[in-house]
Design a protein around this ligand. Sequence first.
Ligand code: HEM
Ligand code: HEM
Length: 445
Amino acid sequence: MRLSHFKIQKLYWNTALILLVIGVWFGVLASSKYFDLDIAGVHLEMVSLRPIHVTAVTMWIVTGAISCVYIYLYSATKIEFSVPLAFFQWLMLIFALMGIFSSYFIQKFGGREYWEFPPVFALPLLGSWILFLFNLYKSLFKVSNWPVYFWMWFAGGCFFLLTFLENYLWIFPFIREQYIIDTTIQWKSNGSLVGSWNQLIYGTAFYLMDKIKGDTGTSTSRSAYFFYMLGLFNLMFNWGHHIYSLPTHNIVRTVGYLVSMTEWIFLLKILFSWRSTIDSATKNFHYLPFKFLMAADAWLLLNLIQALLMSIPAFNLFTHGTHVTVAHAMGTTIGINSMILLAGCSEFICSRICLSDKVTTMISYLFWTIQISLFVFVVSLDSAGICKIIWQYQVTNGSFTDLSLKLKPWIIIFASSGTFLAVGLSALALVLIWMLNSPKTIKRI
Ligand code: HEM
Ligand code: HEM
């Protein structure tokens, strides 16, 4: 079988969507552990379930971002990327994932938070990323006059590599042996890694907005470049907000705080352009990719308010280490990152086949199941976090049983809405996989 660009693009999407299905169900299994349940005879413990969930969903995001770049870089530049290189990159990724998941199943760890697998599997991941960069930059450097999404893909690709390497500095004994330095680097690099994949994903969002509007106005406007620079500035310097609770230099905290506060400009921009957003939403809401972009916009607004509050040191003192952080982490990665990726995938499909009314109605139901359950999911996590904060700072400090009783209703709501969310996301992923692989989905640049 000779691989074409089209087959590579489908291969990456199939892989990303399968990771999403695996990830959400391991999230449900992990949440069942809050009640000591062994669903369907799964005897894995939280120590394995949490990393399996987190690795699968973060790799859904990274692989989804790569899929979007391979599709839209090709259609934007009309320059062919190297198919053998992209395939070899995929093989390395699959090899790493198989090693990582097997290690989690047999409880063989050895890494740091979010990357808890034995560090040897970081090598194929690194190799795979380098091949991706090679393919990406080879096409980008052949083009002059970059629209903003090229800059975002360029910066995201480069910073992901840097922060991934930084994340592994702990392998050197002189870092590993100094607990504070080691933890500071871990928390910093995890935050920056998220910022890097955001650049790749936001780049795709800009490309899609242009494509839907049918002109290049959005991605070449002055404000697009301004917000790109602001995002990049935050990616490089806002990480101090991840380490407020560590005993580091005050200057790091102050810079982190001041830079984070520039994100209020994003918030104001969203609020000021809300009217025109609503106008274009009413015109285009029937179009599936646009629906997902609108959902991402709404989640960006809600999450940004919470993120900004969490970045004020006086608030972070309370929220750090509670379910409020988990609410932020999942609210953003599902509400913003996953929605943009789903927009990217559905645009790939919708521009190649015509969806029947039956499929459109089914997807619309799934879309609303996801949005409503995600809202309940995030609110329940925030509420559990607030209960814990109140408990921690009660004058008479209640007992731990007291706290467990107060948290229980919220945890039940979290696990139930999480199950609905998993049903919605995995059913949607399966529909997308089915459409991607349908013979009716034709090749088009
Ligand atoms: C695309 C979908 C999802 C994404 C991107 C996602 C992402 C994440 C991330 C990034 C974390 C780490 C949070 C942190 O370190 O603070 C996490 C933890 C977790 N997620 Fe998800 N998640 C998804 C869906 C779900 C679903 C459907 C459930 C089902 C209930 C779930 C349950 C959990 C649980 C139980 C944890 C561990 C929380 C803890 O440590 O106490 N997730 N998820
Ligand atoms: C799409 C955008 C975003 C995503 C996907 C995202 C994701 C995450 C994730 C996964 C974490 C937990 C892991 C870690 O601590 O590194 C986190 C923590 C955090 N994020 Fe974000 N984030 C986003 C935007 C923001 C913004 C704009 C701000 C501030 C203005 C922010 C402030 C914070 C803070 C303060 C923490 C640390 C909480 C703590 O440990 O106390 N995030 N974020």
